[in-house]
Design a protein around this ligand. Structure first.
Ligand code: ADP
Ligand code: MG
Length: 501
């Protein structure tokens, strides 16, 4: 029998208590009571959720919910479990949790079929099957597959970090030619061994690079956003009240690109919904472009003009019969005259790099996932906001659409000069793009600074369930092995440069 685990943990849990959810499958199989009780215990233990068995699923994190969903499948004792992008909607910690369980179940003799966009998740597998346009185009063990780097790139797939770095180091002559290296620990050892002669790596230009890493955010202009002692409590006074945001203060300058990172449930979405007045503070104030948007009487039109809000999975909000109508919806509501609307729709479609003639009269529902998301973002851009706020805009996208969406945001930032506030779980993206990062944990801002300042301390980020960019983490691994690279490394490119000096 085959069991399936799907992408969205919320859609898979049906009961009000964790253990009832796990019991659902075995009960449907008509098993005896004792057997069901046994299976609930065993499968919740196997997924590390036994101590949460009496909890309500909606109080769990995304990763925990996904573990309960897996427990429910395990309780049916399947021979094979198909994981259909089980990590797409999870933060880095939840992602690691789900993958660990899949690996453990496999060791216990269950066949695992993992469907994923993330190449990183495939390196531990026995065999990788690559699909494109409904066909199988590659099939083999990871080492064989990743030796075909060019073909993979042509398919819009990314190489796992270690494979890419090893390849780069070979091109620069730092490592001798050889098979793809899949495991980071293995690569770190090879690199350490090869660089033993390279004293410059350890001493050399430490000072110069350390200086470069102090480079801080550019903007000099007055703040466009001021958040002052903001707190937000859901369900105040009730037994289940939640202090989602607690005493948060910060400013964002005009033209800045700011990223907000944090574990699921740390309060990111609650915080940003105050920026357009969708949520009102329990305490504190939020000012945008001189307007107090937290005030009770603040007009919504005023705010919508200033702040464009792209919610998580914005494509779910497309509803009109044509892309044109969908994008025109916002400006229409703002009372923009008809001729100007046409102009704005054209402009917005061009800003998201789509072709007006090709797309305007089509139904949004016929578009691919990545295109739908672009159309949804265009709908927000058509309101010509000064600030664009995006809540996890790349969540669930394949590597190619992921990259396109980031480029798109970057080009909007450059072409319109708009201020960007982006919520993200992807440490690599944030390191590459943001001027400044705000790190949230349990409703508070626990750290803020340039990517180099924030990622200088891997331990703090790990302690709150986040990580650092892959290259930063790899440099940390090298340092623990005695090979210290100067400054804070943020990207594979920087790592390659530091190692080939
Ligand atoms: P993030 O976006 O960082 O995942 P959220 O802002 O969504 O975090 O959630 C912060 C906290 O507030 C969590 O504990 C969450 O369960 C709770 N929360 C979020 N939205 C609501 C809501 N509408 N009602 C009650 N609690 C909520
Ligand atoms: Mg959120």
């Amino acid at each position: 029998m085959a069991g399936m685990v799907f992408q969205n943990p919320d859609n898979q849990l049906v009961s009000a208590v964790v253990e009832d959810d796990v019991a659902f499958g075995p009960e449907n199989l008509g098993l005896p009571r004792d057997e069901i009780i046994d299976r609930i215990r065993i499968s919740l233990e196997a997924t590390g959720m036994y101590e949460h068995r009496k909890m309500a699923p909606h109080l769990l994190s995304g990763g925990q919910k996904q573990r309960v969903a897996i427990a429910g499948v395990v309780a049916m004792k399947p021979d094979i479990i198909i994981f259909d992008e089980p990590t797409a909607m999870l933060d880095p910690e939840g992602r690691a949790e789900a993958l660990e369980i899949a690996a453990r179940l496999n060791q216990e003799g269950i066949t695992v079929l993992l469907i994923t966009h993330f190449m990183e998740e495939t390196v531990g597998s026995d065999r990788i099957i690559i699909m494109d346009g409904g066909r199988i185009c590659m099939d083999g063990p990871p080492r064989d597959i990743f030796a075909r780097a060019e073909e993979l790139k042509a398919l819009g797939l990314k190489l796992p970090f270690a494979v890419e770095l090893a390849e780069g180091l070979r091109e620069k002559g730092v490592l001798p030619p050889g098979e793809p290296v899949l495991v980071e620990a293995e690569l770190a050892e090879t690199v350490s061994a090869e660089s033993r002669g390279l004293a410059s790596v350890r001493r050399g230009s430490t000072e110069r690079l350390a200086m470069a890493s102090l480079g801080s955010a550019s903007p000099s202009a007055a703040p466009i956003i001021t958040v002052d002692r903001l707190s937000h409590t859901y369900n105040p006074g009730l037994a289940y009240e939640t202090h989602a945001v607690a005493d948060v203060s910060f400013e964002i300058s005009t033209g800045e690109y700011v990223a907000i990172i944090g574990h699921t449930g740390s309060g990111k979405s609650t915080l940003i919904q105050h920026l357009n007045g969708l949520l009102k503070p329990t305490e504190g104030t939020v000012t945008v472009g001189g307007v107090n948007v937290s005030a009770k009487g603040a007009t919504t039109v005023e705010m919508r003009k200033k702040i464009g809000m792209v919610f998580q999975y914005p494509e779910y909000q497309l509803f009109e019969e044509t892309v044109y109508k969908d994008i025109a919806f916002g400006p229409n509501n703002l009372g923009v005259p008809e001729e100007e609307i046409a102009e704005r729709v054209k402009e917005a479609i061009s800003l998201v790099n789509m072709d007006y003639d090709e797309i305007a009269e089509r139904s949004p529902f016929e578009l691919s996932g990545g295109q739908k998301r672009k159309a949804a973002i265009a709908g927000v851009l058509a309101m010509r906001p000064e600030v664009l706020v995006l809540d996890e805009p790349t969540a669930g996208l394949d590597p190619r659409s992921h990259e396109e969406t980031l480029e798109l945001i970057e080009s909007i930032h450059e072409r319109t000069g708009s201020t960007i506030v982006i919520v993200s779980h992807n440490m690599d993206d944030v390191a590459r793009l943001a001027d400044r990062i705000l790190v949230m944990a349990a409703g508070r801002i626990v750290k803020s600074g340039t990517p180099r300042e924030v990622y200088a301390d891997e331990e703090i980020l790990k302690s709150i369930g986040l990580g650092v960019p892959k290259a930063t983490s790899f440099a940390g691994r090298l340092a623990r092995g005695g090979l210290h690279l100067p400054g804070v490394i943020l990207s594979t490119q920087e790592l390659l440069e530091a190692l080939s000096q």
